[in-house]
Write a protein that binds this ligand. Structure first.
Ligand SMILES: [Zn+2]
Length: 61
């Protein structure tokens, strides 16, 4: 599991995204950035945002 807080990326936004894996995270972040921040995320932005996400423990895998 991966968890992302928009505020960790420097946005004044309290949204949090929880995803099962990096692919899912990218998909959800893309939607969030489009809907809430009204920008079309490019690869640079997505890479940056993903780097701000952290793994949350689910025990063994
Ligand atoms: Zn946000």
């Amino acid at each position: 599991m991966k968890k992302f807080s928009c505020s960790d990326a420097g946005a004044s936004c309290t949204a949090q995204v929880t995803a099962t894996d990096e692919q899912d995270l990218v998909r959800q972040l893309t939607q969030h950035v489009r809907q809430v921040h009204k920008i079309e995320p490019n690869e640079t932005i997505l890479t940056y945002l993903v780097s701000k996400a952290y793994d949350v423990g689910g025990g063994s895998r």
